[in-house]
Design a protein around this ligand. Structure first.
Ligand code: SF4
Length: 666
């Protein structure tokens, strides 16, 4: 039997079956470490630089680990796109090459599967003409689809308001009481996942289930022998969202809409419901107004004592109570109405919890609450509950109230210990310099083995880091203008072919305004087209300049000459005005830690590494990285950032940039 290194070697099955497969020592070493971790149920944090081929470095061991052993591996990716790529492309490729019979399933969150019941409930409802057209397409597709995955129907945009009407949430799914249960796509996907050796999920789904939100595969988890997280640098952020509580105007609107549909179908004689839902809508809008006209994100304590906020929140609570009472009287008439009643109860309890500042309830607590059919306030002693940060965000038409855990490491670690499996966390950006402390501490993985495999690319030859001199400090008012002026000659030398990555939307607008009509290359600006459309245009044009913020810093792969220059305006520190960050920094200060060096710098280093990773995607690629921020050399902590970048030559002279492009174009 061949070793992992041989399987991934120049005479192995991957090299034989895959054209263009290049054996890499880093990939083989990582795969060996992964298989050892799988065999001993270990904990591994693995950073694999760009080009290592980390996907195959965990897929090969994962498939072999399951083959004929009855073991089950769950692989979680950062996005649904990566999930699809893994399931539809990478897994079949590796499985065929290895000649193994390991079974594989793809599982997404509920919102990705057509719900027959909700589609049926839309029948005869009045909607806008465009939505009617989209519903007709969905109906036609529903008769032929085998998996009901909404990604199959590209004719209806991903963000169409029609999708929430015809997909389910854990709130509105009828489960075993559903008339369409036997043909339900969500249930089918869960069943497939239960039977497969390898399950591909995404981080949102994983944490939704871990936080007992019943998103789709809770029953699968106990049987899993190994968890592999790709793009693992995203985990702390995603976990924070799911271990907290969100109460939003959107949830109220959805409940109002679903209640109306159910009442029309099951209780048309109930004439008190429409006035109650109208009052709920008005109360939600009044509460939004009480939160202030501006769109913002801020700590709740800024508003909590204001009389108008308190009164409008109490009014909202009273009307939610009224709705729950009305639905209580109707719940016997149908499962849909019963679900609406339970949702009204949950929302009422959540709002009550938020207003008194108690810890969020878990799903278990709600079940206990509902079992007694009580709408009175419940016990809040959640086992393992932690300190939460209360904050709110407002946008033009709505609001969200958040309770975000201050830390998630204890909750996450207790879950890791409970599962007794192998846990592998990988990404191109987990370490700061050589240290994994920041990532490990965030998830409670201090005792995990950790290892870095550097990119096999020849950065010394393929890349150049340019840091201009004479730029003002980033907090000066004309900083963005100075960045644009410094970047112009670099963009010209590159012949366009540039990603201009900004750290804020304000800077994005400013740079777009200044470059518009003043460069000789096509300009593509985030927000003018969808991300895939912008990337397609960028690749096609071959000499474009693309201006983007956070969504272009990671998960973007443009190989070849179309992308030969990346300009970054600032070191990507998170905004200190963010309420969650504020509270976390304050807590670190109280614990005697240094929040700047223990949290803000490591976080910014990891984000910067993501942005930098866009430049060199292949052995043939070459390009210039321009980081405009003078702090890279002007501050002592700049060294931490520099030491975390791939080993490329550095220049402060724009003439070197011109020379680099001249050499690399010949
Ligand atoms: S079981 Fe739930 S998701 Fe499935 S069809 Fe019924 S309501 Fe929709």
């Amino acid at each position: 039997m061949q070793t992992i290194t041989e399987l991934l070697g120049e005479h192995g099955p991957l090299a034989q079956h895959l054209s263009g497969f290049a054996p890499r020592a880093q990939q083989q070493a990582m795969a060996e470490q992964v298989i050892r971790t799988l065999e001993k149920d270990g904990l591994l944090i693995a950073e694999a630089g760009t080009g290592t081929g980390k996907t195959f470095a965990y897929l090969v061991p994962a498939l072999l680990h399951c083959q004929g052993s009855g073991k089950k591996v769950m692989i979680s990716t950062g996005t649904k796109n990566l999930q699809d790529q893994l399931y539809h492309r990478d897994l079949p490729t590796v499985r065929d090459a290895l000649g193994v019979s390991t079974t594989v399933a793809l599982l997404k969150g509920r919102a990705n599967y057509l719900c027959h019941y909700r589609l049926e409930m839309q029948e005869g409802r009045r909607t806008r003409p465009q939505q009617q057209d989209q519903l007709a397409r969905i109906r036609a597709w529903s008769r032929q689809t085998k998996r009901g995955d909404t990604a199959e129907l590209s004719a209806v945009p991903e963000d169409s308001p029609v999708w929430p009407m015809v997909t389910s949430t854990s709130d509105n799914c009828l489960g075993g009481d559903c008339p369409a249960y036997s043909e339900c796509f969500v249930m089918q996907a869960r069943k497939d996942a239960q039977e497969a050796d390898v399950i591909v999920v995404n981080h949102h789904l994983f944490f939704a289930d871990m936080a007992l939100r019943d998103e789709g595969f809770g029953e699968v988890l106990p049987g899993v022998n190994a968890f592999i997280f790709d793009e693992a640098h995203q985990l702390p952020e995603v976990a924070s969202v799911f271990f907290g509580l969100n109460f939003s105007s959107r949830q109220l609107q959805d409940l109002g809409r679903d209640t109306l549909i159910e009442v029309h179908a099951e209780a048309p004689d109930e004439d008190r419901m429409q006035p109650c839902l109208t009052a709920l809508d008005k109360a939600a809008r009044d509460f939004r107004l009480a939160l202030g006209v501006d769109n913002r994100r801020a700590p709740w304590k800024e508003l909590a004592t204001q009389t108008s906020v308190h009164d409008s929140a109490e009014n909202l609570l009273t009307i939610l109570n009224r709705l729950a009472e009305l639905l209580d009287g109707l719940a016997q008439r149908g499962k849909g109405l019963e679900r609406c009643w339970r949702r009204a109860l949950e929302l009422r309890v959540q709002l009550g919890q938020f207003l008194v500042g108690d810890e969020p309830l878990t799903a278990d607590s709600y079940e206990e609450d509902n079992a007694t059919e009580s709408i009175e306030s419940t016990e809040t002693g959640v086992p393992g509950s932690q300190v939460h940060i209360q904050w709110f965000e407002t946008h033009s038409r709505g609001f969200v109230l958040h309770m975000t855990p201050l830390e998630i490491h204890e909750t996450f670690r207790s879950y890791v210990d409970k599962q007794r499996s192998a846990w592998i966390f990988t990404s191109a950006t987990l370490a700061v310099g050589d240290s994994f402390t920041h990532f490990a501490r965030n998830l409670g993985l201090d005792d995990a083995a950790s290892q870095r495999w550097d990119s096999p690319f020849d950065f010394a030859r393929q890349a150049l880091l340019y840091v201009p001199t004479d730029l003002p400090q980033p907090n000066t008012p004309d900083y963005t203008t100075a960045v644009v002026e410094a970047a112009r000659p670099v963009i010209n030398a590159a012949g366009g072919r540039t990603f201009f990555l900004l750290t804020s939307h304000r800077a994005l607008r400013e740079v777009a305004r200044q470059l518009e009509g003043s460069i000789d290359f096509p300009l593509l600006v985030q927000g003018t087209l969808t991300r895939p459309e912008l990337l397609e245009r960028f690749r096609e044009l071959g000499n474009a300049v693309l201006i983007g913020t956070s969504s272009f810093w990671e998960g973007v792969d443009v190989r070849g000459e179309a992308l030969s220059c990346v300009v970054i305006d600032k070191l990507p520190f998170s905004s200190p005005g963010e309420p969650v960050l504020q509270a976390r920094l304050e807590a670190m200060r109280e614990q005697g830690l240094n929040p700047f060096f223990d949290h803000q710098v490591p976080q910014a280093v990891i984000t910067l590494k993501q942005g930098v990773g866009r430049l060199i995607r292949d052995v043939q690629d070459s390009g210039v990285l321009m980081i405009c921020d003078p702090r890279l050399f002007g501050k002592s902590y700049g060294r931490i950032f520099r030491n975390s970048l791939p080993p490329m030559p550095v220049t402060r002279d724009a003439a070197d940039v011109k020379h680099f492009f001249e050499v690399h174009r010949n």
